[in-house]
Design a protein around this ligand. Structure first.
Ligand SMILES: [Zn+2]
Ligand SMILES: [Zn+2]
Length: 175
């Protein structure tokens, strides 16, 4: 028996001759299975982006489309696309909420740690806190009041930070 080629996508074995393998790889069934394989790893955002620009597949609607995942028309119904869009939107919103919450949690945690520290410290007046990231905080956080009168004229590095300033921040990127 000569060398055999096994296609994992189709779970099919054939003679390992370049011409035969080439024909198989160009075949509709193979292409369809490869696409369907990768489709399952796509995130909803990608699927939505791809499907939203396609026209609906009329053949699929009547149950006769043989192209599956490689069809250039969309196999998603209008309702499915609306659902998908709602899912993507709500997922984005949830991530945004989590991020905002995590900043408030962090602040709360620092405040709690500060109370703990003050309870336990030998020096009852100590307001210096070392967090788990090795950052030193002197609490409570204060801001030089005379700077406030300059407001918008200040360079960003010494401008007073408000909670709103952190809402769009990519906390992940801060390392
Ligand atoms: Zn194949
Ligand atoms: Zn189709």
């Amino acid at each position: 028996m000569g060398k055999r080629y096994h296609c994992d996508y189709c779970d099919k074995t054939m003679v390992a001759a370049p011409s035969i393998v080439k024909i198989h790889i160009k075949g509709l069934v193979h292409q369809k299975l490869v696409q369907e394989h990768y489709q399952q790893f796509k995130d909803p955002e990608t699927i939505l982006k791809e499907e939203a620009i396609k026209k609906p597949c009329l053949r699929f609607a009547s149950g006769q489309c043989q192209f599956g995942a490689i069809c250039r028309f969309s196999h998603y119904t209008r309702e499915q696309l609306i659902e998908l869009r709602q899912y993507v939107t709500s997922k984005g919103k949830a991530e945004f909420d989590n991020r905002t919450l995590s900043f408030q949690d962090l602040y709360q945690k620092l405040q709690n740690d500060k109370c703990k520290l003050q309870d336990n410290a030998d020096d009852k007046n100590s307001t210096t806190l070392y967090d788990s990231n090795g950052v030193t905080h002197v609490l409570p956080w204060t801001y030089n009041a005379t700077l406030e009168s300059y407001d918008e004229n200040l360079p960003p590095s010494i401008k007073k930070m408000k909670l709103e300033d952190f809402k769009d921040a990519e906390i992940v990127e801060w390392g």
